[in-house]
Design a protein around this ligand. Sequence first.
Ligand code: ATP
Ligand code: MG
Length: 445
Amino acid sequence: MRLTQYFLPTLKEDPKEAEIASHRFMLRAGMVKQNSAGIYTWLPLGLRVLKKIERIVRYHQDIAGAQECLMPTIQSADLWKESDRYDAYGKQMLRITDRHDREMLYGPTNEEMITDVFRSYLKSYKDLPKNLYHIQWKFRDEIRPRFGVMRGREFLMKDTYSFDLTKADAVYSYQKMFLAYLKTYTDLGLRVIPMKADTGPIGGDLSHEFILLADTGESEVFIDEKWMNTDLSGKDIFYKNKAQLDSYFKEMTGIYAATDETHDGVNAPVNLIKTRGIEVGHIFYFGTKYSEALKATVQTKEGKNVPVEMGSYGIGVSRLVGAIIEANHDEAGIKWPSAVAPFDVGLINLKVSDEETSAVCKDLYDNIKNVGLDVLYDDRDTNAGGKFADMDLIGLPWQIIVGPKGLKNGIVELKKRETGERNEVSLDSIMTILTTSIRDLKRGF
Ligand code: ATP
Ligand code: MG
């Protein structure tokens, strides 16, 4: 993409309304525009990141055995009356009346709807287990939308729903999702800690929140010091190996980690760290709460009808964009982990009016695209300082800086955004360096 053609409205000044780094940088980097409180347009640069996160989330859901579907954003109130949550959800729920005076709502979550989908088709133990997910916009009329996309009113969530015959099977489904979440966050370049959680209005008896440690997080958390050296990647743990998965789950949930809601101080270890964090995922096993209310039953082998065992599993996809920035930035701007960067490489032309420089840049631009990397080419006829500042602000992992001085000696500069390290490399070797050091970081999501 050429910057002269791209829709990238960057801002030099910090917007007054932004209290935390991620909100400030998302506005300044032209990733989002606020339309109303907690409601945003995703501009091209921001949407690229959102899509990359979605892709990684989807990749791990699919491997864990979940099947993607897509439910609507607008739901009928009837299902929520069946589950008795229509009144209970209160003002968080955006209620809508259609032209026939029917009560509708913009879905804040989908337990009722997916249970209705299930009961419409599946009736036998032979149909189980099943696991369905979608990535869809939700609406919650939050009292205090703030911190940009971190606490929006309209936000993108990945929500998965598992259906099993027995509690033991449902716990296995829960453990698979637990593992999928750890793998997902690792591939997003984050260290996210699973914490025992209250089940809240969803109900049930097994629940974990996935928390990214950050000083600006809304939740107060208490974690065992051990978490600092614990491998959170879930690598070498296999979904199909039940015994291995179960012992891994017990090991991980055995290390103390609690939010202020569940922290009791009594069972806490002495070497406890008190800090803050951002909730980027939340999983629940809630048994037959919804299947009983909505009469989603299956016939057992013995011919008995029993309510299906369920769990639900959410990831805050749009919140993650902000959370990733909270974990990866400096004063100059964002430092995207390569897996979610909107482009892999930023190419800076220091002197657009110089014919040779522009010809070299054009070649590099084409070559980089041809090897399958995403490149943003700053071909604006503006000063170098502004170009460097914008490139650091939007945080692409690699920058290639090309100017007439270096080219005289056949040299361009390669900058790694994460460390700020800059190296002069020969023009001849740049493509080899790119394809080896960068392409390895891109996995097949
Ligand atoms: P919170 O405690 O932050 O209000 P929640 O517990 O109400 O979140 P869940 O119902 O567990 O949220 O939703 C699943 C995930 O969706 C959360 O873990 C979070 O990452 C994300 N999420 C929830 N509310 C919002 C919001 N208002 N804006 C952006 N993301 C959100
Ligand atoms: Mg939650």
